[in-house]
Design a protein around this ligand. Structure first.
Ligand SMILES: C[S@@+](CC[C@H](N)C(=O)[O-])C[C@H]1O[C@@H](n2cnc3c(N)ncnc32)[C@H](O)[C@@H]1O
Length: 238
């Protein structure tokens, strides 16, 4: 990066927000070791050996997701996510729904901090299925489809998350959600929040390398979305 670009970055509020998040993580750490200690190490080693030696004939998506067998790395990443939501310093246990929960790392961390989680994802990706089982995360097998309401979960949530989102179509898919699908989805998703509840997406760059189109941005704004690069968050009642 050029010196002039570095200077320009110093003047940006985003730079301060990121620095503040990093500082807070240092000031209020969550150790990785105690979390690793909750996992059956013999089963974990077996799983890691299996996914480090997949045959070339294994479906490419399964091979792509085998990187999630690096549990220590993904725990560290999800600890940071939990820290950024202040989940280790909240005054009451949160009900959390994690959409596209994958291996379930985020909910595993959240539950270790005293919260109650429900993951939502399709099944059939072996490394995710096995890690969900190993980590003991509660997952509802469910495929999100455009213009379809989510099921009744029997409870409302303080926090709804979706990290590295794929349900709206990824860059490798021939389809993508447009503004109508997003509007329908956000309207429905908000009905699953408790008063004061929050929604947070960390979007994949699915729209020609961008996180959203100008039309989708308008939908996010209509729903009160706050944006920070790939992050979009919403609060109940807005
Ligand atoms: C890139 S992975 C991210 C996993 C996890 N959120 C994380 O950050 O570690 C995307 C996840 O979204 C799930 N997914 C994709 N399309 C979905 C859909 N239509 N409904 C529910 N889950 C979906 C995939 O199965 C996968 O677990």
């Amino acid at each position: 990066m050029k010196f002039s670009e570095s200077l320009a970055k110093i003047g940006q509020p985003l730079t301060y927000r990121r620095a503040w998040r990093r500082l807070r993580r240092v000031l209020h750490p969550i150790g990785t070791e105690p979390l690793l200690g909750k996992i059956d190490q013999a089963r974990l080693r077996e799983l890691q050996a299996k996914y480090s030696a997949l045959s070339p004939s294994t479906p490419s998506l399964w091979r792509h997701y085998s990187k999630y067998a690096d549990v220590e790395k993904h725990l560290r990443h999800n600890i940071q996510r939990a820290q950024d939501f202040n989940l280790h310093r909240t005054t009451y246990p949160h009900e959390i729904l994690d959409i596209g929960c994958g291996a379930g790392f985020f909910l595993f961390v959240a539950e270790a901090l005293g919260h109650r989680g429900l993951g939502l994802d399709v099944s059939g990706i072996p490394v995710f299925d096995e890690l969900i089982d190993l980590l003991g995360v509660d997952r509802l097998e469910y495929r999100i489809n455009g213009f379809e309401k989510l099921p009744d979960f029997g409870r409302k949530f303080d926090l709804i998350t979706a990290f590295a989102t794929a349900f709206h179509g990824g860059h490798e898919d021939s389809w993508r959600w447009g503004e109508a699908e997003w509007d329908f989805f956000l309207t429905d998703l908000k009905t699953h929040l408790k008063p004061g509840g929050r929604i947070f997406f960390d979007l994949n760059a699915a729209y020609d390398g961008k996180y959203y189109t100008p039309e989708i941005l308008k939908v996010f704004q209509k729903h009160g979305g706050k944006l920070e690069r790939s992050h979009v968050s919403f609060v109940a009642g807005t």
